[in-house]
Write a protein that binds this ligand. Structure first.
Ligand SMILES: [Zn+2]
Length: 260
């Protein structure tokens, strides 16, 4: 009898232990929508200050800004196969036709936001139209909305045969890595762009490191536009539809599991 009880007890202990492990890997963040700072000053008067209101659940940022010179790939406008909503631009400077990273980021980010909104998530699109809103300023702008999650959408440029996608996370925020892994896993079966190892954002991209601690930040690099065949894939309606659906579903899960 005692042995039986002990076996039962062991099982309960094991269940409790597993429960504690599961619980400890959930996302830690401040779920309060408002913070009240109370300070006692002279003569026992109490001053209350509203610190910040949460304006939305998720901010999806369009990486880079419109027309950013360094973030483009020159293409043969007669052979490149792109949908109508990805402009092939020409500055008339003799360098030829190009596709801008910002336009690809915009298409993907808009699709994610509209799918999040369809699922009842209060999502906001953050777009930069000038250099003054790039990188470091991006965090300052997002912090005004104080979302639970900040996801910055980018595409990558390196060699003409580079291929793959990955997420970047802030190594000082444990939840940032958890969300980065979940989003990366959510799109691994896209069939076109291979998954790469996620990376720490070690400080050179201010938009992640300057986000307030009340928001979990992640940056996604969703494929290489410097590779023409990958450029055609990442701009295609089918890739954008698949990736935006998977990302919106996983973001919805993360919001509902941790903050609602
Ligand atoms: Zn970028």
């Amino acid at each position: 009898m005692i042995r039986l009880l002990l076996t039962k007890f062991k099982n309960i202990l094991l269940l409790l232990l597993i429960g504690a492990m599961v619980f400890s890997t959930t996302i830690q963040a401040h779920s309060q929508s408002e913070f009240i700072k109370i300070s006692i000053v002279e003569e026992q008067t109490i001053e209350t200050t509203m610190i910040q209101h949460r304006e939305c659940d998720v901010v999806i940022r369009v990486g880079e800004y419109q027309g950013k010179a360094g973030k483009r790939i020159y293409v043969n406008n007669t052979t490149v196969n792109l949908p109508d909503d990805i402009p092939v631009r020409n500055d008339g400077d003799g360098k030829g036709f190009y596709v801008s990273e910002w336009d690809i980021n915009l298409k993907e980010a808009k699709a994610i936001v509209s799918k999040l909104q369809e699922q009842g998530i209060n999502a906001k699109l953050q777009v930069a139209y000038s250099k003054s809103e790039d990188l470091n300023a991006a965090a300052r702008i997002a912090n005004k909305s104080n979302p639970y999650l900040y996801v910055s959408i980018h595409h990558n440029s390196y060699e003409s045969n580079s291929s793959g996608y990955f997420s970047m996370y802030n190594p000082h925020c444990q939840s940032s890595k958890i969300v980065a892994d979940r989003l990366s896993n959510a799109i691994q079966y896209n069939g076109q762009v291979p998954k790469m190892a996620n990376r720490e954002n070690t400080g050179y991209i201010g938009e992640l490191n300057n986000i307030h601690s009340t928001t979990v930040p992640v940056l996604l690099e969703l494929g290489f536009f410097s590779n023409i065949s990958e450029l055609e894939n990442i701009c295609s309606d089918s890739y954008v539809d698949y990736v935006s659906t998977q990302l919106a579903n996983e973001l919805t899960n993360i919001v509902n599991e941790n903050y609602k």
